[in-house]
Design a protein around this ligand. Structure first.
Ligand SMILES: Nc1nc2c(c(=O)[nH]1)N[C@H]1C(S)=C(S)[C@@H](COP(=O)(O)O)O[C@H]1N2
Ligand SMILES: [Mo]
Length: 254
């Protein structure tokens, strides 16, 4: 993940970084994350997660009248070379996609799946949709309520055929952000790939044409501008570009 453009809270940063390093020192096989003492799920495979899933509770959903205005923050257009996350290759690709209203956009799904491939927006919209009104909580201290419409991530992963040893899902965005979640959150019923917001197409600033909504975690885990998903069997926080080495928790549960 690349959050270099954003102000940090030094205190929290120091705290999570040192906790992460302590844990990393403990064992080699566990994901070195701040939250992982409580995150036994990180160690489990897809098979084991399926047994635990029915026990997961849902986050609160709100009424239409609770919807508030939501700022678009971080990257608001991956094609804009002045923005912090700009990547020449993906920025140009995004610019071209934008020009034909994302008709040529595709979401690649690969890794530990038996049917790697890609989905167009039309493919995703043809699948059973889910709409939810939820609160987005940013680590910087603001929150906003919005309605999100999309396809459950679990449906997309199941369509691609999750392999039994799968443990994590990694997301890649057009502003070069990368981040991952475990299968427990990936298969959570409110974890969706959203193409709609407040009854309209997802606006560019909020991550068009498709963003992740992982309602069980803080806002920075809900990657915008998705281009690729990789199912993995190993924890990977992208070394020096990752959450942990930049002072962020890999697991940011709320
Ligand atoms: N690709 C990408 N995803 C991202 C970000 C970003 O800059 N780039 N910012 C994150 C942060 S910190 C927050 S709070 C939310 C903001 O979403 P919004 O702009 O729709 O409010 O997106 C998250 N996902
Ligand atoms: Mo955020």
């Amino acid at each position: 993940m690349n959050k270099s453009s954003m102000p940090r809270r030094t205190f929290i940063k120091g705290l999570t970084a040192s906790a992460g390093m302590l844990l990393a020192g403990c064992t080699q096989t566990e994901p070195p994350t701040y939250g992982n003492l409580l995150r036994m799920g990180d160690l489990l495979t897809y098979k084991a997660h399926r047994l635990l899933l029915p026990a997961r509770s849902l986050v609160r959903e709100y009424e239409y009248s609770d919807i508030s205005s939501a700022p678009a923050i971080g990257t608001t257009n991956p094609a804009d070379p002045w923005q912090a996350g700009f990547d020449p290759e993906y920025g140009d690709a995004y610019d071209r996609l934008l020009k034909d209203d994302f008709a040529d956009w595709r979401l690649t799904v690969e890794g530990r799946v038996s049917r790697p491939g890609s989905f167009s927006l039309t493919d995703l919209k043809r699948m059973q949709a889910r709409t939810q009104i939820t609160r987005h909580t940013c680590e910087e201290g603001w929150s906003a309520i919005a309605q999100w419409t999309g396809v459950p991530l679990s449906s997309v992963l199941e369509a691609a055929g999750i392999q039994p040893d799968a443990r994590f899902v990694q997301f890649f965005a057009y502003d070069n952000w990368e981040d991952g979640i475990d299968m427990l959150d990936a298969l959570h019923p409110q974890t969706i790939l959203a193409y709609g917001m407040n009854g309209r197409d997802l606006p560019i600033g909020h991550g068009a044409p498709l963003r992740l909504r992982v309602e069980t975690q803080l806002g920075y885990k809900s990657l915008k501008f998705l281009r690729r998903i990789v199912v993995t069997h190993e924890f990977d926080d992208h070394g020096i570009f990752g959450n942990i080495q930049n002072g962020w928790a890999w697991y940011a549960g709320i």
